[in-house]
Design a protein around this ligand. Structure first.
Ligand code: PEP
Length: 251
């Protein structure tokens, strides 16, 4: 039985004061969320030490939004996975569509990053998703399965068993548009079937979470779908009450 997972992706948001306020709000209400649901937040790299301190002893886990694959070196502006390990990070998002689009990250780079995260003992959260044009052209499954396959080619199917997949249709991220539960389920099922053709156990065990304008009001219907194991939450994770409401709907 797969445990539900809800991760907040704070993106490039938050002052130190806002981070403190948000975490205080989450701490006050996390007790309302079933212990059957895993919960985590992914602040900016700069806020990770502060968040790690404030989350000490909490059941809310710590994630990072990105990492560089090499452990150290002449890479101006980058943060390596081993640095994240030192600060108590558990999950690392890899291949978020904003990284793919704004920073030109390729499937190959994402796969290399995925392997580096696993090698350091952290859990990669591999984000896949199609653009609106790709969906309109009927290419959704081709696109997301190719993104997944690039990682399988690099890391092997067994590696997926120690990771999380996040299906995030690009057209639904930050737009207020959400894939309907049925639309999302079709893609989640296709991702799981693709893994199952190579390793049935890995397919059965791997959590596939959904991201794209999830809110308290639509979370339950999405999370009830057979192959949706929780959510990756952007905008709504910046409001403690809304984020807690989403987490409660995951039970
Ligand atoms: C995201 O960026 O991962 C995301 C799902 O954003 P939002 O919830 O704001 O659409």
């Amino acid at each position: 039985m797969r445990r539900k997972l809800v991760l907040g992706n704070w993106k490039m948001h938050g002052s130190k004061a806002q981070v403190r306020q948000l975490l205080a709000g989450l701490a006050a209400r996390i007790g309302e969320v079933s212990s059957a649901v895993d919960v985590g937040v992914c602040p900016t790299h700069l806020h990770i030490p502060l968040v790690a301190d404030l989350l000490a002893g909490s059941r809310i886990g710590l994630g990072a939004q990105d990492a560089y694959a090499d452990p150290s070196g002449a890479v101006t502006g980058a943060v390596s996975v081993s640095m994240l390990v030192e600060f108590g990070v558990s999950w690392v998002l890899v291949g978020h569509s904003e990284r793919r689009q704004l920073f030109g990250e390729t499937d190959q780079q994402v796969a290399t990053k995925f392997a580096a995260v696993l090698e350091q003992g952290l859990v990669p959260v591999l984000c896949v998703g199609e653009t609106l044009q790709q969906r309109q052209e009927g290419d959704t499954e081709t696109v997301v399965l190719a993104q997944l396959q690039a990682v399988i080619n690099k890391a092997g199917i067994e590696a997926l068993g120690n990771s999380v997949l996040a299906y995030e249709p690009v057209w639904a991220i930050g737009t207020g548009e959400t894939a309907s539960p049925a639309e999302a389920q079709i893609v989640h099922q296709a991702l799981r079937a693709h893994m199952a053709a190579m390793n049935a156990q890995v397919a059965a065990d791997t959590r596939i979470i959904y991201g794209g304008s999830v809110k308290g009001a639509n979370a339950q219907q999405l999370f009830e779908q057979a192959d949706i194991d929780g959510g990756l939450i952007g905008g709504a994770s910046l409001e403690a009450e809304e984020f807690i409401s989403i987490c409660k709907n995951a039970d």
